[in-house]
Design a protein around this ligand. Structure first.
Ligand code: MUC
Ligand code: MG
Length: 367
């Protein structure tokens, strides 16, 4: 099997409800659908979400790096030679979601060529993952209502709460209200997307000490090298590296040097291959991992469940997979369902990322 050509298709789908957080806001899904075509007629598909405020990538940069640089490593290659392809891709620095997406498309081809779901090729640990929902910025009552409706409608009982606003008391009040409304059983954790400094983050920890929060993601900028480490040392709950650990090397550096003591794994940026390396690293050190959300479409979330449910260590906590519900539509051919708080990994050969052609024609922005 050889890759003969590739497609990079920009598309745009409005959000039903914008998602706001400390480092940015998303009003439209503006992603790149990438398809790798092979000489035996298979098509490997992936959805790439450029996040300029996190990785510096844009729709244009993703398309350019794939068409002008990555294409040399891909055209003519056998998808089974993943390590050889990655060695070429890694000669280009950065471009994290472009690299992660290409890996998912390669695995999609490998799964189809072997008539096996990628979820099983990777490990097949569990048929499904529990869902955690990410709550963006809104007035307190609206956030509480959103969380309650997710519990009621979908059986979701785990929430990542976006914080990082000033004054800190605004977010303390929000978390108090959520704990009161959701009860002691709900799994609650925070993500400040670097919105605070370490002093403010410590104020947040002190103000929520009796609320049984489980994790605190990117409380401040990990580049604030001294105060970040003081915060990690003094925090009663694990500090999760997300944007400070976008690849294996950065994850190892942040952990080994005390910048974090838990990791967010996002298939959108490390695909399946590098995500597995990060997962093994975390498991060996006894670190918790959270399967994170890159403000993923269903195409992105199906990749999260394909990987996350494949291994025991990535199945331990609920995975962030429900923000596609904030979007007005999706390209996926076989839509995801959240039932009893879980999403099932696809059972079709490949990664489950095939698209609906009519929707792609409708939402693409290059024609
Ligand atoms: C998250 O976990 O931070 C917001 C920015 C980004 O890169 O991902 C989202 C969610
Ligand atoms: Mg995060």
């Amino acid at each position: 099997m050889k890759i003969t050509h590739l497609e990079t298709v920009p598309y745009r789908i409005p959000m039903k409800k914008p998602l706001k957080f400390a480092s940015g806001e998303v009003h439209h899904i503006e992603h790149v659908l990438v398809r790798l075509h092979t000489d035996d007629g298979l098509v490997g598909t992936t959805d790439i979400p450029p996040r300029p405020y996190t990785y510096g990538e844009t729709v244009e940069s993703v398309i350019a790096v794939i068409n002008t640089i990555f294409s040399d490593a891909l055209i003519g290659a056998d998808p089974l030679d993943r390590a050889a392809i990655h060695s070429k891709l890694h000669r280009t620095v950065g471009n994290q979601t472009a690299k992660g997406g290409v890996d998912i498309a390669l695995w999609d081809l490998i799964g189809q060529a072997n008539s096996t779901p990628v979820h099983r090729l990777l490990g097949g640990f569990a048929p499904s993952l529990e869902v955690s929902h990410m709550l963006g910025f809104s007035p307190t009552q609206a956030v509480v209502d959103e969380a309650l409706s997710f519990t009621e409608t979908y059986g979701v009982r785990s929430f990542k709460i976006k914080v990082g606003r000033r004054p800190v008391s605004l977010d303390i009040e929000l978390v108090v209200a959520l704990r009161e409304a959701l009860g002691a059983e709900a799994l609650l954790y925070l993500d400040a997307n670097r919105g605070w400094n370490a002093t403010e983050a410590a104020q947040m920890l002190a103000g929520t000490a009796d609320l049984d929060l489980r994790f605190f993601e990117e409380p401040n900028d990990a580049a604030e090298v001294l105060t970040r480490r003081q915060l990690v040392t003094n925090s009663p709950i694990p500090i999760v590296a997300d944007e400070s650990a976008p690849n294996l090397g950065d994850a190892a550096r942040e952990i080994q040097t005390g910048g974090a003591n838990a990791l967010s794994i996002k298939t959108a940026r490390t695909g399946f291959t590098e995500s597995q390396k990060i997962l093994s690293y975390a498991e060996a050190l006894g670190l918790d991992v959270l399967m994170g959300n890159q403000i993923d479409t269903q195409l992105g979330s199906v990749a999260t469940v394909t990987f996350g449910a494949a291994f025991e260590h990535s199945s331990r906590y609920p995975a962030e997979m429900s923000n596609f519900l904030d979007m007005s539509d999706d390209l996926i051919a076989s839509p995801l369902e959240i039932k009893d708080g879980h999403i099932h990994a696809p059972t079709v050969p490949g990664a489950g990322t095939a698209v609906n052609e009519d929707k792609l024609s409708h939402y693409r922005t290059d024609r």
